[in-house]
Every structure is written in structure tokens, then in C-alpha cells.
Write a new protein. Structure first.
Ligand SMILES: Cc1ncc(COP(=O)(O)O)c(C=O)c1O
Length: 344
């Protein structure tokens, strides 16, 4: 099966498995797992933040960032289609008790004017106690739901300026921030600058089997550590997993442009088909999102699976394909053939 459902389906390479086997481990709950500590130190360094905490999933790093920044009843502003809003099992409500307010934008990116308009007018026009105070602004880079799109650095800086002026803390869901940096050459720390906290994933295109990290100011990361423990995320000899993440951080960031090239090739191949609706400008990194003009995404996906290509139907008419660590050029050519046949 050529599995293009997600970059989360990657398998650890032999060299990564060797690094995992050789990892020195301790008890992470006591803070003495050397591999976890090294991963946290290195992640904070790459993101230009004071501290970082390793957790099992990106859902946990995002949701505990929200929990650490807010109190129940607060409002959290997010971008259109934000993963932490619609893709994490409805967590913001039960975990943090917050109200999530999505902002409109293009290809997952909203601008400073939209943000300014969304902020409550305040006294004397609107009593502050009417709505839950806006206590967190979130952005996602790259934007999964929009097709792995990259935030222009300038737009990002403008929204951060508005947030700073309004005294609102900020969180970046950088699950795939590595891709933005690989595609533009702008360092992760530069994208992360200005955000209070940043969540990054090792278990997606970087190819590690498990884990994400939340980076930010030491005091806030300490608060996140408490919530990590509270929600059962203290995972003892986690160094076994952290070693895979460390390996991925060191060895796999440099190869992400290969995924981008393959995604582009796939997207351009699809664009020539009349039944396919694809915005080639949205294919900026490793994710290809496209639609079927006449619907029928689940049937199309089932037919492709019969032909040996696994894709993800995101709704009745839209589909996602993601080349990754184990995808070759020949796989993409084969996938295009299978998809052509499935289109009829
Ligand atoms: C943008 C984004 N953020 C967060 C997550 C959550 O990561 P995890 O699957 O590790 O919980 C995902 C997962 O696909 C994602 O795409």
C-alpha cells in the first residue's frame, strides 16, 4: 500500500531505531531522563525559547498550552480551520473551559485588520464583563486544513503586534513549522519569535514515532508540566521515544523539501484532470488537498485503496494526500495512475 493519508504514518528508519535502542533513559516524572532533558534543551534552542516540555502528542501540547494561558470562561481566538479547535476531539471546552472564536482568513492565514475587528470594543461601548475576555490568540504554521500553507512572516508580525498592543498572549501551533522553515529558509526561531508559546511535533514528517514539545517562558512551561502530570502525561522512561525525536530533529529536517517536491508533482499531475478541483497556490509544503467537482470523495478514496493507494477523505468532496519519509518518486507516479483510473 502506498500510504498518503498523512505524514503521521511514517515508520522509524533503521538508524532512528538504533538511536532509540541506545538511548540513555531515566524517569521523566522525576526529571532525570537524560534523553528527554536533551530533547527539551535542544527544542528550546531551535525555537529560541527559554524552556520546553516533551509530551506524547501535539494535541496535548496544544491543549495544555491553552490550559496554561487561560482560565475557564476565557475566549481563545484561532485561525480558520485551526487544528486545536476542530481537530482535537473538542478538547478546548472540556480541558480548559474556554470559548473558541475562529477568525476568517485566506488559506488559513488571517490578517491584523481581521484580528483588530474581532477584539471587543471595551468600555464605555461594551462592558468588559459581557463576554469572556480574549486571553489567547493562536495561529497555525503551516496550516494543515488549508493544505500546509505558510504564514508570510510579515503578516505574522502584524498580528503579533496587534496582540501585544492588546495585551493578549499568543500561541503558535507549529506542528509542521519545520516545513515552513524548509520551504522559505526562515529559521524556526524567527517564526517563533513574538509568540509566547510554540508547539512542535516530531511524529509527523520528521518521522519520529512519538511526541511533541511545548516551548516558551520557563515559568509558563513549569505550569504546563503540572498540567502534563495532571492529565496523565508523565511517561516515565520517555527517553526511548525522545531519542527518536532527537534523531529526527537532527537528521530529518534537511530532507523535508523532498516531500514538498513530491507534493508539488502530485498536485500538478492532478490539476490536469477535469474532475479535480485544486488550488495549486495552496500546495506550498507537503500537503495536497483537492476536491472532486461532482463529490463522491469516499467512493474515490475506496477505489484508490483497492488500487493500493491510501488517501484521506476529509469530507464528501475533499481529499488529502501527503507524501512523507517513506514515499518515493515512483510511488507518486503510481499514485497518479491509480487516481486517474479511479476517476474513470
Ligand atoms: C496542525 C496540527 N496540530 C496539532 C496536531 C495534533 O498532533 P497529534 O496527532 O500528535 O495529537 C495535528 C495532527 O495532525 C496537526 O495537524
Amino acid at each position: 500500500m502506498i500510504d498518503l493519508r498523512s505524514d503521521t504514518v511514517t515508520q522509524p528508519t533503521e538508524a532512528m531505531r538504533d538511536a532509540i535502542i541506545a538511548a540513555p533513559v531515566g524517569d521523566d516524572v522525576y526529571g532525570d531522563d537524560p534523553s528527554v532533558n536533551e530533547l527539551e534543551r535542544r527544542t528550546a534552542e531551535v525555537l529560541g525559547k527559554e524552556a520546553a516540555v516533551y509530551m506524547p502528542t501535539g494535541t496535548m501540547t496544544n491543549q495544555l498550552a491553552v490550559r496554561s494561558h487561560t482560565e475557564p470562561g476565557d475566549t481563545v481566538l484561532v485561525g480558520p480551520g485551526a487544528h486545536l479547535w476542530f481537530g482535537e476531539a473538542g478538547a478546548p471546552s472540556p480541558v480548559s473551559g474556554v470559548v473558541v472564536q475562529p477568525l476568517a482568513g485566506t488559506r488559513g492565514v488571517y490578517d491584523a485588520a481581521t484580528l483588530r475587528d474581532a477584539l471587543p470594543l471595551g468600555e464605555p461601548y461594551r462592558p468588559a464583563r459581557w463576554s469572556g475576555p480574549v486571553r489567547l490568540l493562536c495561529a497555525e504554521n503551516t496550516v494543515n486544513a488549508a493544505g500546509g500553507t505558510i504564514w508570510p512572516l510579515e503578516t505574522q508580525r502584524e498580528i503579533l503586534d496587534v496582540a501585544r498592543e492588546a495585551g493578549i498572549p499568543t500561541h503558535l501551533d507549529g506542528a509542521r513549522l519545520w516545513h515552513a522553515s524548509a520551504a522559505t529558509g526562515i529559521a524556526e526561531a524567527e517564526y517563533a519569535a513574538g509568540f509566547d508559546t510554540v508547539s512542535v511535533c516530531f511524529s509527523k514528517a520528521l518521522g519520529a514515532p512519538v511526541g511533541s514539545a511545548l516551548a516558551g517562558p520557563a515559568e509558563l512551561i513549569e505550569r504546563a508540566r503540572r498540567f502534563k502530570q495532571l492529565y496523565g502525561g508523565g511517561f516515565r522512561q520517555a527517553g526511548m521515544m525522545a531519542a527518536g525525536a532527537l534523531y529526527a530533529l537532527r537528521e530529518h529536517r534537511g530532507r523535508l523539501t523532498e516531500d514538498h517536491r513530491r507534493a508539488r508533482f502530485l498536485a500538478e499531475g492532478l490539476a490536469s484532470r477535469a474532475r479535480i478541483d485544486i488550488d495549486l497556490d495552496s500546495v506550498q509544503t507537503n500537503i495536497v488537498r483537492f476536491g472532486l467537482r461532482d463529490g463522491g470523495a469516499p467512493t474515490f478514496v475506496d477505489r484508490c485503496a483497492e488500487g493500493g493507494v491510501a488517501l484521506l477523505a476529509s469530507d464528501r468532496s475533499r481529499i488529502r494526500a501527503v507524501p512523507h519519509l517513506q514515499t518515493t518518486d515512483a510511488d507518486i507516479e503510481q499514485a497518479l495512475e491509480v487516481m486517474s483510473e479511479a476517476l474513470g
